[in-house]
Every structure is written in structure tokens, then in C-alpha cells.
Design a protein around this ligand. Sequence first.
Ligand SMILES: C[S@@+](CC[C@H](N)C(=O)[O-])C[C@H]1O[C@@H](n2cnc3c(N)ncnc32)[C@H](O)[C@@H]1O
Length: 286
Amino acid sequence: MQNERAKAMDSKVSTVYTGRVIYKSGLLWRTLGYRKTARQQFGQHAEKYRRSAIHGDQKTLEHILEILSPDGWEKAADIGCGGGHMATALAGKVRDLVAVDVTPQMLFQTASMAVERGLSNVVTCLGDVQNLPFRAEAFDIVTCRIVIHHVANADRAAVEMGRVLKAGGKLFIQDILGSDDVAARNYMDEIERLRDPSHVKDYNSEEWNRFFERAGFEVSHWETMRGSYQLSDWTLRSGTPRDSLDLIVDRLEHMPKNVGSHLRARYTDGDWTIPMRYLLAVATKR
Ligand SMILES: C[S@@+](CC[C@H](N)C(=O)[O-])C[C@H]1O[C@@H](n2cnc3c(N)ncnc32)[C@H](O)[C@@H]1O
């Protein structure tokens, strides 16, 4: 229904002005729609993200800090801070950090984690990555981890993160990397939307390169990291309702061969394991 309305709106060419941002009306509708859905979704399950072992994995966080290698004097922003794992890990290595999220309950989780860890240089700020509430060139480092697949206008998000970074500043991105095979990517996007209705799309390498390029970045680090989700844990965290879970299981059990050879989901010991590929990239603002 949401997609049908978005398609119908996309066909119109009227333009809406919202402060700095100019949207075609269809895109505005989709942007606001997904933002509302993200707030509803993450607002209900905020604490589970703070407790998530995958988001809090120390090895990955240490690796990210290593590739970002902050000097300690930087002003940083973590966008889509969620439960606060990236924000609090980075805050320990920079001068100041602003943790931004579109969901107020997530800001509460991040603020609590910062207090728990004795960090006094973290402030939280309600904001949308597609229209950040900061002046241009406000930050030396911006991080955005596992967020952009919830964002309708990823191009706009990249431009905004570029706008708030100083020239020479670094953007770190981690996100689920979509398959280059169209059928496999669409199939996985559908599973992800059933699991969490705020999922928009797993952007692939080509799309990410385009976002960086258009927003005035030069990619200085690019790696892919393999991981996997256990269906039970993954859907518990997002509070997926029973009927949606049944549909996901049906999709996993009846995966077409050409899709299965890309996604490689497997059923063992009473649970499904769904492999994921992540992009970890650092892009420098020109
Ligand atoms: C998986 S969590 C992020 C995890 C976190 N970055 C970490 O490293 O632990 C995704 C977060 O993105 C936020 N989000 C979704 N859409 C957003 C948007 N348009 N702007 C800012 N944050 C958004 C959600 O509210 C949620 O807190």
C-alpha cells in the first residue's frame, strides 16, 4: 500500500519547499512516511538495540576506530545513534560528540549508555539524516552505522552528511550491502521489510559509490565484512509479529534457486541463519 501510494506520488512533478530541502512531492511523502515508521518501529524496541550483541560487538567497534584513527581533538557526530554503541565507542576517542537519531527513545538509550560509561562529552540531538539540524562544516568526523537502509532518500542523506563535514573531514559508513543480483536483492529487501517495516533498501556497491561521488567524497577505505543473523534473535529484536514471521519462514523455505545461490540462508538446529554482507567505508570530504 505504502509503495503503491509512493509510486502514484512519484509520477507527479510538483515540488515542495521545506527549509533548505526541495523535494518532489512523491519523495517527500516517502521520506516522511519512512521517518514515521522508523520512529514507531525503533521507539517500541529501543532497549533491545542497546542490548544487542551484534551492535555492541567490541571487535567490530575497535576495528572501526582503527580505520578512522581519530587524533583526539575532533568534533564528531554519530547519525542514527540507536542504542549508542558507535557513539559511545567514538566519544572516548574524540573531543566532543553529538549523537543524532530520529527516534527520541533511542537518544535516551544512547544518553544512558554514555552516563554508564562515564562519558561527559556526549550530547544528544533529535534529527533526520536527510535534513541535519547543523550548520555547514560543523564536524571533523561523521559516523553512520546500520542506518541508511532505513532511509528513503539516501542520496540526500549523503549530501547532508557531506554538508556538515569540514573539507578533509571523514565520513564512516557501515551498512548492509545489497546483492548485485537484482532478484536476490529484491527478495532480501522483502524479507527485511517483513521483519521491520522501516526497512527501505539494501543499497549495493554501485549505489554507494554514486552516493559518495555525488556528495563530494573520495573513498579512502572500502571493505566488506561477512556476518549472519539468526532468524530468532533478529526478529525478537525488531518485535516482528507472528504473521510476518510466518511469511519470512515461507520465503526462506521457498526461495527460488537463482536467489538461494546468492543468499545462502540455511536451516540448522531449529533456526535459520541468514548471511549478511556489510560495507565498511571511510570517505573523505573533498
Ligand atoms: C540499527 S539502529 C543503529 C545502530 C547504531 N548506529 C549503532 O551503531 O549501534 C538504526 C537507527 O537509525 C535510526 N534512524 C532511522 N531512520 C533515520 C533517519 N532518517 N535519520 C536518523 N536516524 C534514523 C533509528 O531510529 C535507529 O535508532
